[in-house]
Write a protein that binds this ligand. Structure first.
Ligand SMILES: Nc1ncnc2c1ncn2[C@@H]1O[C@H](COP(=O)(O)OP(=O)(O)OP(=O)(O)O)[C@@H](O)[C@H]1O
Ligand SMILES: [Mg+2]
Length: 316
């Protein structure tokens, strides 16, 4: 599946399609604290599915339960048709993961770590090529403890990929990466998807989710509160289009423009909310009144609006 198909990606896979990952009714509590309150999820082979949600919403717990690293209290998980608890040995060769809290022994060198992981796989990727791809060639002999935060993170992702897994789990892959390294990482994830790898990606970066994911699952307090392609979620939940500009004059007349639902002001900045070709109509109405703000621009609804709408404001 190429990125060109993404806007039409279905919000739910067909019932008969084989799953790379299948999760049904997953529940997990840590003592009194419920981390997962009945989560179901399907990932098709070759898809990139993103899991988004606020801190503490259960994303890492979900990934760890899918990987068999944590035992769920209830529910069913299958990865490539196998039970991650019972078939852990078989799955180890097929699944890669970069976990949020991963670390390596301090003195293990980057190149040694990759070669060690590669030696566990039947058909590993070339460790030197991976070092180059992830910008670590100059750090082949650097011990883990002496790598910077972003370099460690890139090494951990490279380690998740060196076994050429069929499914890879990346929990906050680009946290700590500089903007250039993030873009490189996105390109490399595109590449492995083109080679058929299925990717489950936890991320807090909405641009990353929109850029990479065919489908997204939104978690709130251990429950799925939204799922669909980025485009579907934006259309369904992101709300109205906005237009902003700076004006000192009273612009209350804009309320009469077709499609306008609200006109708000914060200081000199005006925000017009509504639907339809808002920017063009608001611009025309302003010009007709002799106003021509140079900073008139539309603020298109995006995944960040979806995130806020579905997961609530901070402190909620
Ligand atoms: N080992 C643990 N023991 C007790 N509670 C835990 C443990 N791990 C997670 N929790 C709790 O479970 C809930 C879900 O945590 P989890 O780490 O899955 O969230 P998350 O969505 O990955 O958050 P973040 O975005 O911060 O990584 C949180 O309330 C957290 O405090
Ligand atoms: Mg987490």
């Amino acid at each position: 599946m190429g990125t060109a198909t993404r806007p039409d990606a279905p919000s739910a896979p067909a019932a008969t399609a084989p799953r790379a990952v299948e999760v049904r009714g997953l529940r997990k509590a840590y003592g009194e604290r419920v981390a997962l309150a009945g989560v179901s999820l399907d990932v098709l082979p070759g898809e990139i599915v993103g899991i988004i949600g606020r801190n503490g919403s259960g994303k890492t717990t979900l990934v760890e339960c899918i990987l068999g690293l944590r035992r769920a209290d209830d529910g069913r998980v299958r990865v490539l048709g196998l039970d991650p608890q019972a078939d852990r040995g078989r799955l180890r060769a097929l699944v890669g993961c970069q976990l949020q809290e991963s670390a390596l022994p301090d003195r293990l060198r980057a190149g040694e770590a990759l070669e060690l992981f590669a030696s566990l796989a039947a058909e590993p990727a070339d460790p030197r090529a991976l070092l180059a791809e992830w910008g670590l060639t100059g750090h082949r002999r650097t011990p883990f403890a002496a790598l910077s935060g972003g370099q460690r993170q890139r090494l951990l992702v490279a380690l998740a990929l060196v076994t050429r897994p069929r499914v890879v789990f990346l929990d906050e892959m680009t946290t700590g990466l500089d903007p250039s390294a993030r873009r490189t990482a996105w390109g490399l994830i595109d590449d492995i998807r083109r080679r058929g790898t299925t990717v489950v990606l936890v991320t807090h970066f909405m641009d990353e989710a929109e850029r990479l994911c065919d489908r997204l699952v939104v978690l709130r307090e251990g429950r799925v509160v939204g799922r669909g392609s980025p485009g579907e979620l934006i259309a369904r939940h992101a709300g109205q289009t906005r237009v902003t500009f700076t004006a000192a004059a009273d612009v209350g007349f804009l309320r009469a423009v077709p499609g306008v639902r609200a006109v708000e002001r914060t200081g000199g900045r005006v925000i017009v909310r509504g639907e339809g070709p808002l920017c063009a109509l608001v611009g025309a109405a302003l010009v007709a009144r002799g106003l021509a703000p140079t900073d008139l621009r539309p603020v298109l609804p995006g995944l960040e609006d979806v995130f806020l709408a579905l997961t609530g404001e901070e402190g909620a």
